[in-house]
Ligand binder design. Sequence first.
Ligand code: NAI
Length: 301
Amino acid sequence: MSIRFDGKVAIVTGAGGGLGRSHALELARRGAKVVVNDLGGSRDGSGGSSAAAEAVVAEIKAAGGEAIANGSSVTDDAGVALMVQQTMDAWGRIDILVNNAGILRDKSFSKMTVEDMQIVLDVHLVGTMKATKAVWEIMKAQNYGRIMVTSSTSGLYGNFGQSNYGAAKLGVVGFINTLKIEGQKNNIRCNALAPVAFTRMTSDILPPESEQLLTPESVSQGVVVLVSEDAPTGTILLAGAGVFSTAQMMESEGMLLGREGMTAEQVVENWGKISDMSKATPYFMGGEQVDKVLKMATGKW
Ligand code: NAI
């Protein structure tokens, strides 16, 4: 089996360096026509130039692939519209959107300013929503779309100094939790990647000796799967150093304590059973959980 993207058009945001560059190169190597988007700013989101995106386009072309550069910020409505217009003008369709662009403003919550929160949410969460919004109707009309968002263990599990980033990174998971449902009838599949790689973003956070292990290239093989024809939907794939796993939100079976006269003390007394994850279940959508609650409460439903 070989996964190919011949005839497919992909947009990769933040693809001027790090993981995005690697994703763009790999999709192009497997036959996709690629739009390399990158604002070309610094790690904290300041500055910008399209030189980074153009350099990756040159690399793709040198390897025999097809690519165009776009220097828009994913936070800029006109810039996102231009990115999509350029793609449609060049190739007439958009099959894949890899939302990868990102910045950091790490600080403990005490020291974090509202601006540090706003800008990180803007790039990761709102930027992902804006780019996705701009391709959504095109994908619906095509009856085909593969959308990836980039999450992080900082969002899934937490990390000191990253309350802004963590909120944004779990936010994108919440975003695709709904899009996976709304996209179903038009063959649009939506997945999240939680990568770990040695890049500009992490080079002073990760141990230097991990650089040889935590290659962006190994993560990009997971991206290939998440945006392929046979991709799953609603999956969170963790990838780093060649190690792959999936993460899922699960809910314990729980128990019915009753309503009339039921007290908080009973919740405490039964905490062991309430929080027992041995029979935990994942749900595809929120309504399934409501059904479970009503079934347990009535014994039927
Ligand atoms: P990086 O800093 O090397 O690359 C991020 C790219 O996004 C840069 O080229 C930057 O210019 C671009 N960018 C930033 N703001 C943009 C905007 N508004 N519009 C367009 N492009 C913009 O970082 P890295 O490590 O490659 O990160 C890629 C993604 O993976 C990010 O979403 C990051 O949060 C995520 N991630 C990375 C991890 C890692 O271990 N490297 C861990 C977990 C998540």
